[in-house]
Design a protein around this ligand. Structure first.
Ligand code: FEO
Length: 168
């Protein structure tokens, strides 16, 4: 018996490829949120700064959940290279709109993997992804609510708007 292969793989190979792409997407999201945190930090937008630093950490944690899931189930997790990250933003509202777009893209990607897992009878991945489906709905809702604050407080000073933004 080959002692290098410790476990039988329980993830469908095509699903594993998608999961590895998801690791890269989550790490890119983490880097993108770090750029947003820096933009806010430089302008002393304290609530937004805190939110985006936390968000960057959370996305890394998401990437690690995928990473360990693959390896724990006998697969091969791949440490990703990260595409270039935008550090220039035209406004705080634009940052939140970009964040919502990013979360919608992540949700779509996770749903695509979920569907593939279901098609291939990859039950272990399907169950694993259920947490992410719920998490993504919450993330989208959070950014939609923040964009609503901008619409409600249109014309108010930026720091006053920032103070109304929840940091969680
Ligand atoms: Fe892990 Fe918010 O996507």
């Amino acid at each position: 018996m080959n002692t290098i292969i410790r476990k039988q793989i329980s993830i469908h190979p095509e699903v594993m490829d998608l999961l590895n792409k998801q690791i890269a997407m989550e790490m890119h999201a983490s880097a993108a949120y770090l750029a947003m945190a820096s933009w806010c930090d430089q302008r002393e937008l304290l609530n937004s700064k805190e939110l985006f630093y936390k968000q960057a950490e959370e996305e890394r944690e998401h990437a690690m959940k995928f990473f360990t899931f693959i390896n724990d189930n006998g697969g091969a997790a791949i440490s990703p290279s990260i595409d270039s990250v935008n550090n220039d933003f035209e406004s705080l509202k634009a940052i939140y709109e970009k964040s919502l777009d990013q979360e919608i893209a992540v949700s779509d990607s996770i749903k695509k993997i979920f569907k593939k897992a279901r098609t291939e009878d990859d039950f272990v991945t399907e169950v694993f992804l259920q947490w992410f489906i719920t998490e993504q709905a919450e993330e989208e809702d959070k950014f939609r609510s923040i964009i609503d604050i901008f619409d409600l407080m249109e014309g108010m000073p930026l720091k006053m708007i920032d103070e109304r933004i929840p940091t969680e």
